[in-house]
Design a protein around this ligand. Structure first.
Ligand code: NAD
Length: 260
C-alpha cells in the first residue's frame, strides 16, 4: 500500500528533537507496531526513557538499554498491566507520562458484528485504556506535572459505515479522557489524539491498496494518508512541557479529514 503523494514537505525526520523530553519517563502501549512503535522511538530520540508495552515483548529499541524497557502485557488484564507499570516505575524510579496506543480494528457491519467481537473491541480499546490509565495514576501523581495521551481516532469524531464497534470504542476514549482530565488535574494532564488513516499494519489490514487510493483523495484536504511519525510528533508535544497549559483537548491529526 502506498499513499497517493510523496513525503510531506516538512518531515518529522527533520524535526529538532534534542532534549524536548529530557527527564521524562514514559510508558507507551502498543509499542511493538505502527504508531506506538513510532512514538517509542521518537520519544527516545527526544531524550525520554521509555517503557514499551505490547501483547508480545516489543523488539529492542535503539540506544542504550538503560533508557528503555520492553514489557509484555495484555491491556485487558488489569493485573498484568499493574505488573508492567510497576516494572517500568521500578526501572526508571517513577513515571511522568503514559501514551495509550494499543488498539484493534473492526470493520464489520453493525447488523452482522458478533457480540464477542463487539465486546473485544470495547474491551481492548476502551477498557484497556482505562486499565492502563488507572494503574499508572499513582506513579503519575507522585511525579507531578505528568501527562497522559490517549489514541482515539477520526472514527471517534466522524464515523464511517462498517466502523460501529470501533467508532463507539474510540468515542468512549474521548469522553473518558475528558472526564479524567477534570478528575486528575492539576497533577496529570490528559489529552486525546484522533489520527486519520495512517500507514500501519492496522490500516493495511482494513483496506486494499486500490480502495485506499480511491477513498483517500476526496476525504483528506492534504490528499494523502499519514505516517506514524506525524502522529508521534503530536504525542511528543502533548507529553512535553511545551503543552503545559493544555488539557482535555481532542487533537485531530488527520490531514484535514474531520474539520469540514
Ligand atoms: N493506523 C491508523 O490509521 C489509525 C487511525 C486512527 C487511530 N488509530 C489508533 O492508533 C493506535 C495504534 O494503531 P496502529 O495503526 O499503530 O495499529 P497496529 O496494529 O500497528 O498496532 C497496535 C498495537 O497494539 C497492540 N495491542 C493490541 N491489542 C493489545 C492488547 N490487548 N494489549 C496490549 N497490546 C495490544 C498490538 O499488538 C499492536 O502492536 C490504535 O489505538 C488505533 O486504533 C490508528
Amino acid at each position: 500500500m502506498t499513499s497517493n503523494t510523496s513525503h510531506p514537505p516538512f518531515h518529522p525526520a527533520d524535526a529538532q528533537l534534542s532534549g524536548r523530553l529530557a527527564g521524562r519517563r514514559v510508558l507507551v502501549t502498543g509499542a511493538a507496531s505502527g504508531i506506538g512503535r513510532a512514538i517509542a522511538e521518537l520519544f527516545l530520540r527526544a531524550g525520554a526513557q521509555v517503557a514499551a508495552l505490547d501483547l508480545r515483548r516489543p523488539a529492542d529499541l535503539p540506544g542504550e538499554a538503560s533508557r528503555w524497557l520492553a514489557c509484555e502485557a495484555d491491556i485487558t488484564d488489569p493485573q498484568a498491566v499493574e505488573r508492567a507499570v510497576q516494572q517500568a516505575a521500578d526501572k526508571f524510579g517513577g513515571l511522568d507520562g503514559l501514551v495509550n496506543a494499543a488498539g484493534i480494528a473492526n470493520t464489520d457491519w453493525a447488523d452482522a458484528v458478533s457480540l464477542q467481537d463487539w465486546k473485544r473491541v470495547i474491551d481492548v480499546n476502551l477498557t484497556g485504556t482505562f486499565n492502563v490509565c488507572r494503574a499508572a495514576l499513582p506513579a503519575l501523581r507522585a511525579a507531578g506535572a505528568a501527562t497522559i495521551v490517549n489514541l482515539s481516532s477520526g472514527q471517534g469524531l466522524q464515523p464511517f459505515k462498517q466502523r460501529s464497534a470501533y467508532a463507539a470504542s474510540k468515542a468512549g476514549v474521548i469522553a473518558f479522557s475528558k472526564s479524567i482530565a477534570m478528575e486528575w488535574a492539576p497533577l496529570v494532564r490528559v489529552n486525546t489524539i484522533c489520527p486519520g488513516a495512517v500507514d500501519t499494519p492496522m490500516v493495511r489490514g482494513g483496506y486494499s491498496a486500490d480502495a485506499l487510493r480511491a477513498q483517500v483523495g476526496p476525504r483528506y484536504a492534504l490528499e494523502r494518508i499519514g505516517e506514524p511519525q506525524e502522529i508521534a510528533m503530536a504525542a511528543l508535544y502533548l507529553s512535553s512541557a511545551e503543552s503545559s497549559f493544555v488539557t482535555g483537548i481532542v487533537l485531530a491529526v488527520d490531514g484535514g479529514r474531520s474539520y469540514h
